[in-house]
Design a protein around this ligand. Structure first.
Ligand SMILES: Nc1ncnc2c1ncn2[C@@H]1O[C@H](COP(=O)(O)OP(=O)(O)OP(=O)(O)O)[C@@H](O)[C@H]1O
Length: 248
């Protein structure tokens, strides 16, 4: 089986809290995986472990067969595992285009001032193409603070995609987005990420979003992955519905 990301026996405690316990997961290239579970179940810790922000007490993380356990976050990002944040890390006073140019500059490891005119033209063309894909082209010259929340989420992911990830991790892509906008945001995200062939893992509390957009769901509970399967099967399971998702 082709595996892009794998965890083996991943375990991490904070004092008495077991935030990850013997997490064994294999992710295939191009999969779209929803991470669900109650508050404090260990979903964010799982993302923090993979991206190097938190070190495991035990266990290994393999990316394309290479052991990345304990590597610094910057190195892991450069290798192709990129994270987009729950609260988008944007510069509200800069334009949408400028924010994206900064992400493109970050990919090259250089500041904007290192670009000659040709490099800048290429970067602007690339940024405009990305903005068009994310339906943000009309906002290109406007400051980020004028973007609606859904637009900020899209820009945040566009910036992550500018780093050319193989694996993208998203923490609640629809949090703070209005009910009428959230499916629109997810449609665009999934279309663009699917076309780019990016393997996507996303933490999500909105089960309707998970149901519609995840091909596979990992259910976390007390730091463990207690269920792993397709959303139709998992959400039909009465025990998971009651004990883990809090549904009757
Ligand atoms: N840096 C930390 N220091 C101490 N405790 C932590 C730390 N990070 C996470 N924890 C604890 O580990 C447990 C798992 O937290 P985590 O944030 O991973 O859960 P979660 O499933 O993402 O929850 P939520 O859905 O509320 O975001 C919680 O009890 C949390 O308080």
């Amino acid at each position: 089986m082709d595996v892009v990301l794998e965890t083996r026996g991943l375990t991490r405690t904070f004092g008495r809290v077991v935030a990850a316990e013997d997490v064994n997961v294999q992710i295939r290239p191009g999969e779209r995986v929803g991470l669900v579970g109650p508050n404090g179940a260990g979903k964010t810790t799982f993302l923090n472990l993979i991206t190097g922000y938190v070190r495991p007490d035990r266990g290994r993380i393999l990316y394309r067969g290479v052991d990345i356990t304990g590597l610094p976050p910057r190195t892991i990002t450069r290798m192709g595992i990129v994270r987009s944040f729950q609260i988008p890390q944007l510069y509200p006073g800069l334009t949408v285009l400028e924010n994206l140019l900064l992400a493109i500059a970050a990919r090259s490891g250089r500041g904007l001032d290192f670009w000659g005119p040709l490099g800048r033209d290429h970067a602007v063309a690339e940024a405009m193409e990305l903005l068009a894909a994310f339906r943000l082209a009309d906002y290109a010259r406007r400051p980020v603070r004028e973007l609606p929340e859904g637009g900020r989420k899209l820009l945040d992911v566009a910036m992550a995609l500018a780093l050319r990830p193989t694996v993208l991790l998203m923490d609640e892509p629809t949090s703070g987005v209005s009910t009428q906008d959230k499916f629109g945001v997810m449609e665009i995200l999934m279309e663009v990420l699917g076309r780019a062939g990016v393997t996507t893992l996303f933490v999500e509390h909105d089960m309707e979003v998970v149901y519609r957009y995840a091909q596979r769901v990992l259910v976390f509970h007390n730091g463990r992955v207690v269920a792993d399967g397709d959303p139709q099967a998992l959400f039909a399971d009465a025990q998971i519905r009651r004990a883990v998702l809090g549904w009757e």
